[in-house]
Design a protein around this ligand. Structure first.
Ligand code: C6P
Length: 414
């Protein structure tokens, strides 16, 4: 009999009941969704709150005196308060809603970066960054005559912090680092890197797109200056994400996008900005998506972030153990203790896209490609990889199906 899997004492089969999509079949097989690092599935409560918003509260925010607009405004603000509490920011004023992590990084690069990065400054990144935390800095560095430097990734898929401390010269202005690699799964010691940044007079941006969904992340404990993440990877809808920044930094930043909703007073030739965080949310925002992000947080908190982390660690440890039994597999990244819930790999002689296509016939969804981390793949000496990623609704049985599917693919393509 299959072992009953529990998360915080709750049978995972019951958790799965909350996710309508997990009931669907693909090519006649039950869906095994192993691509949550790309985007998570949504619980019924999140789907329902969007319906409820349009059925009962739909009105724009910050503008109306009538009851529905006030309800919408209160709920939208409340979602900021929830996000602030979720990552332990000091106030909702430090939470700007954006479309996604990518937009948040661009906001920082345009607003803070263009005012603070000067010719000769160093922007320190790592070799494992997602393109979203690389390309905006390439543009900024080129525009300002600044220099990009990179913390190396060692053979175990970990950042070489010793080399970082010994070899970086020049005036570092900003360190921008991923909290968890979306390819290697490596969890980076962002608190240590923050200390290094501050000792060197630099600010630090933590790309927490992969960690906020699965860990209890505490911005005050890390002491980072900026943090970014996307709602869609943490049970919320597409089109909503958050930028956290210390309020004293936000106060000093010029708005990135300007127009309605973000001003206090406008004259023909000049304007006064509104309060934080609305100053950075020009135009009509993604109101229902923001509210639904709050609902997603309610769901995650209901299960408990530590329990989610523990559960995912067990699943990824099991996946690492089972996958490493396959002949000809190469797994990238560190041991399961140092990684979050994903595993990227290649099978000798089979293209990653062929692996993903073969698994799809069995109803198993994984990702293949460079996962928007081309420089890291180049460093690994490969063009692409296959990646299975796990979240709170995945089970060991799905890992077994993945492993069986890979054996089958080897027979077909081998
Ligand atoms: N990674 C994946 O790995 P957006 O697209 O803005 O929601 O998230 C961008 C992003 C930024 N940083 C990290 C570490 C990420 O993993 C991602 C998104 C997805 O499948 C899509 S490439």
């Amino acid at each position: 009999m299959a072992k009953i899997e529990t998360l915080n004492g709750i049978n995972v089969e019951l958790i799965r009941e909350d996710f309508p999509i997990l009931k669907r079949k693909v090519h006649g097989n039950h869906l095994a969704y192993l691509d949550s690092a790309a985007t998570s599935q949504k619980p019924a409560s999140v789907i329902a709150v969007i319906n409820e918003f349009y059925s009962t509260h739909n009105a724009t925010v910050h503008r109306g005196v009538y009851q529905m607009s006030q309800e919408a405004t209160a709920r939208y603000k409340d979602a900021h308060v929830k996000v602030a509490r979720f990552i332990n920011a000091r106030s909702y004023e430090e939470i700007v809603f954006v479309r996604n992590a990518t937009e948040a990084i661009n906001l920082i690069a345009y607003s803070w970066g263009r005012a603070n990065i000067k010719a000769g400054d160093v922007i320190l990144l790592t070799e494992m960054e997602h393109h979203s935390n690389l390309v905006p800095w390439q543009l900024l560095a080129r525009e300002k005559g600044a220099r990009l430097e990179f913390i190396s990734v060692d053979k175990d898929g970990l950042l070489d912090l010793q080399e970082m401390k010994e070899n970086i010269d020049g005036r570092i202005r900003l360190i921008a680092v991923t909290h968890m690699s979306n390819v290697l799964g490596t969890i980076n010691p962002v608190k240590l890197i923050t200390e290094f940044a501050h000792e060197n007079g630099a600010l630090i941006l933590v790309d927490a797109a992969q960690t906020v969904p699965r860990y209890a992340v505490d911005v005050q404990e890390i002491d980072c200056d900026f943090m970014v993440f996307s709602g869609h990877k943490m049970l919320a809808p597409n089109g909503i994400g958050a930028l956290y920044a210390k309020s004293e930094i936000l106060e000093d930043m010029k708005p990135f996008i300007t127009g309605g909703n973000m001003i206090q007073e406008v004259k023909l030739r000049e304007s006064k900005w509104g309060e934080l965080p609305w100053r950075f949310e020009a135009g009509t925002p993604a109101i229902e998506e923001g509210i639904a992000l709050g609902t997603a947080i309610d769901y995650l908190e209901g299960l408990g972030m530590e329990s989610i982390e523990n559960y995912e660690r067990q699943i990824v440890a099991y996946a690492m153990e089972r996958l490493s039994e396959i002949d000809g597999i190469e797994i990238y990244g560190p041991s399961s203790e140092q990684r979050g819930g994903l595993v990227s790999f290649n099978l000798a002689g089979i293209q990653p896209h062929d692996i993903a296509a073969a698994l799809d016939y069995d109803g198993i969804a994984i990702r293949a490609g460079h996962h928007c981390a081309q420089p890291l793949h180049e460093k690994l000496g490969i063009k692409a990889s296959a990646r299975a990623s796990f979240y709170l609704y995945n089970t060991r049985e799905e890992v077994d199906r993945l492993v069986n599917g890979l054996h089958k693919a080897k027979k077909v393509f081998g």
